[in-house]
Design a protein around this ligand. Sequence first.
Ligand SMILES: NC(=O)c1ccc[n+]([C@@H]2O[C@H](COP(=O)([O-])OP(=O)(O)OC[C@H]3O[C@@H](n4cnc5c(N)ncnc54)[C@H](O)[C@@H]3O)[C@@H](O)[C@H]2O)c1
Length: 263
Amino acid sequence: MTNQFSTLPGQLLAGKVIFLTGGAQGIGRACALAYAAAGAHVSIADRNLAAAEETAAALPRKSLAALCDVGDRASVEAAIHRTIAVFGRLDAVHNNAGISSPSSPLHQTSEEEWDALFQTNVKSIFWTTRFAVAHLAAARGCILNTASLVGVIGQSQHAAYVGTKGAMISLTKAMALDYASLHIRVNAICPAGVWTPLLREWASQQQNPAEIESYLDRIHPLGKCPEGDVIADAAVFLLSDMARFITGCILPVSGGAELGYRA
Ligand SMILES: NC(=O)c1ccc[n+]([C@@H]2O[C@H](COP(=O)([O-])OP(=O)(O)OC[C@H]3O[C@@H](n4cnc5c(N)ncnc54)[C@H](O)[C@@H]3O)[C@@H](O)[C@H]2O)c1
């Protein structure tokens, strides 16, 4: 299925340079396409270089694909350095790369799985912030984190992943306060479900994968599990000057999945 983008003013992100992690596929790819359509240059930092290059080639303006492991200090430093060398500025960092396995309660999660989750989903923010903050301050830019609704409301059989998403949400609030004086806005988006390779992998690990598609539709009161375009449209808004007075916001883009009791 292809992503269907709603109509966006083409200049919302005109001339901005966005460092986007995990932009090779899934939600990140949808964001890369939407950012470029809104006028931005996108630097895609991903451990899958071939797919990142394929996404970069699909963008309508000058972009970059950088091989990057977001949990690795030297790798992140090099990718941000290269972004500055190519574009001369940095207006936004979108921390989006993430992993989600295992689907297990905490006591059945291995130490290696725990470490990998926190390295990729949380320590990555530590590194991108370390190497980007001065550039973002110069541009009065912003940071966007792809967290998850599970970091707000919890989820069974997924404890370590849920812990990383809760940490991302707390970090978003702390960083928003710390960097407000630098005029850097920091926000997070919380999807519920979004059909991407990551969700397909998670679905395949569930006890009854055949049931999972209708379950994923049912948890979204607006009627269906979406694709990445709905996240990308919200991300364009939060990175744009339309959101210039919004910081520390934990925005569900979830079709109402977090709301109340169901009939
Ligand atoms: N899909 C969902 O239902 C859903 C729901 C809530 C939150 N999220 C979050 O959205 C983000 C994107 O998820 P997705 O569904 O598009 O995933 P995905 O697996 O389809 O894509 C993730 C991308 O991140 C890259 N990546 C993974 N680890 C990396 C690393 N160490 N360094 C660099 N790149 C790395 C992958 O190569 C891939 O391109 C994740 O943070 C995920 O937790 C997804």
